[in-house]
Design a binder for this molecule. Structure first.
Ligand SMILES: Nc1nc2c(ncn2[C@@H]2O[C@H](COP(=O)(O)OP(=O)(O)OP(=O)(O)O)[C@@H](O)[C@H]2O)c(=O)[nH]1
Ligand SMILES: [Mg+2]
Length: 211
């Protein structure tokens, strides 16, 4: 193929010679993947990102012993100390920039910065350690950011039904609670699409209240 003559030839940042209207860059949308310690946030971002995800994993130190418990039988040896970052192009108009939060409570102060400018969040929950998941749900209730609760099924095992999770974590009726598997791209994509729906719903509600 003669790339020099290609209609999609790019010079600098501008496509030239295509004849049609200039292509618009997709709208960037910031989405947060949050949740308690070891629920599968880094796994979620890694499963969906179309670039090699940026991670900030560090070996867990003795500071975590007795505070952060990854659960029985877990082989987890590292934890996120700043954030995870991944990218997902939804279509020609929309590109998600996905930020995963750290889960250890000693890094909780970073959440306020990480959620700035975000349109919505997926709050990941592990039903084996449901108590550890309440602070994250409570945080997003108070932050006023549209969010969805995603129960990471960890090999299809869930200690509670979705209704029981809603009840146990006192999740409002208008917040979707769904099951997904953090290791699989399709499953994570479906969960993130529900987050986008929630964000869109909020935007439409706000627009109609202004007009
Ligand atoms: N079997 C199974 N293991 C999972 C699944 N999701 C995550 N894991 C494992 O659970 C552990 C925790 O995963 P991470 O993705 O690091 O969890 P995290 O929420 O990012 O953890 P922190 O950043 O430390 O809070 C890892 O050892 C994963 O391999 C899952 O769906 N099934
Ligand atoms: Mg992590």
């Amino acid at each position: 193929m003669d790339y020099e003559q290609s209609p999609d030839r790019v010079v600098g940042t501008a496509a030239v010679g295509s004849g049609g209207p200039p292509k618009k860059a997709p709208v960037p949308v910031k989405i947060i993947v949050a949740g308690g310690f070891g629920v599968g946030k880094t796994t979620t971002v890694g499963a969906i990102s179309e670039i090699s995800p940026l991670t900030t994993e560090a070996e867990m130190t003795s500071a975590a012993v007795g505070i952060d418990n990854p659960g029985l039988g877990s082989t987890k040896t590292t934890t996120t100390i700043a954030m995870d970052f991944g990218v997902l192009t939804i279509d020609q108009t929309l590109k998600l920039y996905i930020f995963g939060t750290p889960g250890q409570t000693r890094f909780a102060f970073m959440w306020d910065d990480l959620i700035k400018g975000a349109l919505g969040a997926l709050v990941v929950v592990d039903t084996n350690r449901i108590d550890d998941c309440y602070p994250a749900v409570d945080y997003f209730e108070r932050a006023g950011l549209p969010f969805v609760v995603g129960v990471n099924t960890f090999n299809g095992q869930m200690s509670y039904s979705l209704d029981e999770v809603r009840w146990a974590l006192a999740i409002r009726e208008d917040v979707p609670v769904l099951a997904f598997d953090a290791r699989f791209r399709g499953s994570v994509r479906d969960a993130l699409l529900v987050v986008l729906d929630q964000a869109l719903d909020k935007a439409v509600r706000q627009k109609s209240s202004y007009s």
